[in-house]
Design a binder for this molecule. Structure first.
Ligand code: SF4
Ligand code: MG
Length: 332
């Protein structure tokens, strides 16, 4: 499978009055052409910062990509001049955020907003732009698109507004769509419709999708592969079956045990005790040590090596490493 995006050893920090927060600490990740990769984890784990780094949307200062590469179409996005990044944004790579209102201009009609983005990036006649906008509204399931084009954002419901935002993100036919918590602000039935819409769009356009979410229910519905983040690191990646049915990292197991699942009805939900470590001075060893029921002596001292369990399943945990055997003495 062809890789459309590759992130290597990405580090991102934020300088604050209290010191430097190491928000992303050596992320390695790739996205295959045409797939949906979900990045999951609790808030503050670095998933949005990773996504924003791809689009170079890290506010600088205080933020900074301190190390690593992000390769898209043979170009390292971390080193590209701002002018070239602007050409990529919205055209080759588009992004959708949680709150559709922030992405829409309340003073312009939907039609104007859709065609404006298009005319900015492509030499296209008004008539062609109009037609393309209509096609897009049709694709995202807005009824009566011709009339709706003349209306303003406040005349649409929250779910409809998110559909319009998705139409805007797709109108220039990007190869990569990054969606950061795209359904979090919507109620549950609308969430399901928007997730179905993502699937439909992907099968019709072939766009590759990175989905950022804290919601494993969302992940279960549409992700092909899943990367689990914790304390600025990716601690486990795998396909849907591997992550949901054979999770190997105690944190992934904890996440799955803490949410209701249709396939495990009647099972008791167990929250993960404790909180993630302070990223002002992250621990040298495994960042999950303090919360991990299976922690060993080695865990707090040395970060685990990366273990490849299959072509798609990878985990950073001492339990998977033969070399930890001699340390396999439970802490408690
Ligand atoms: Fe738990 Fe150790 Fe694995 Fe970290 S490396 S998840 S502390 S067993
Ligand atoms: Mg976020």
């Amino acid at each position: 499978m062809e890789k459309i995006l590759t992130i290597q050893d990405l580090h991102v920090s934020f300088v604050t009055y209290g010191g430097e927060v190491q928000a992303v600490r050596g992320v390695n990740l790739h996205l295959n052409q045409g797939e949906t990769l979900a990045i999951v984890g609790e808030s503050g784990c670095g998933k949005s910062v990773t996504a924003n780094s791809i689009m170079r949307l890290i506010p600088s200062p205080p933020g900074k990509i301190t190390h690593g590469t992000i390769t898209f179409k043979q170009k390292d996005l971390t080193r590209l001049p701002t002018k070239q990044i602007r050409k990529i944004r919205g055209v080759d790579i588009s992004m959708i955020f949680q709150d559709p209102m922030t992405a829409l201009n309340p003073t312009l009609t939907i039609g104007n907003q859709l065609t404006e983005g298009l005319k900015q990036h492509q030499s296209i006649s008004s008539k062609e732009a109009q037609q393309k906008a209509l096609d897009m509204l049709h694709l995202v399931g807005i009824p009566n698109p011709m009339e709706r084009m003349k209306q303003y954002p406040h005349q649409f419901s929250g779910g409809m507004r998110q559909r319009i935002v998705i139409a805007m993100a797709l109108i220039c036919e990007p190869e990569l769509l990054i969606a950061d918590e795209p359904t979090t602000a919507l109620d549950v039935t609308i969430q399901a419709q928007i997730l179905q819409l993502f699937k439909k769009i992907q099968s019709e356009t072939g766009v590759s999708i990175i989905l950022i979410t804290h919601d494993l229910g969302v992940v279960a519905k549409i992700a092909d592969r899943i990367a689990v983040m914790y304390a600025g690191k990716i601690i486990e990646t795998g396909n849907r079956r591997e992550i949901f049915h054979h999770p190997q990292h105690p944190y992934t197991q904890g996440l799955l045990n803490s949410v209701p699942r249709l396939d495990r009805k009647g099972r008791k939900l167990v929250p993960i005790d404790g909180t993630p470590p302070d990223l002002f001075s992250p621990p040298a060893g495994c960042p999950f040590t303090a919360r991990c029921p299976q922690a060993m002596e080695v865990c707090s001292k040395i970060y685990p090596f990366h273990s490849e369990l299959s072509d798609t399943h990878e985990v950073d945990c001492w339990l998977q490493d033969e070399r930890a055997k001699k340390y396999r003495k439970i802490n408690t």
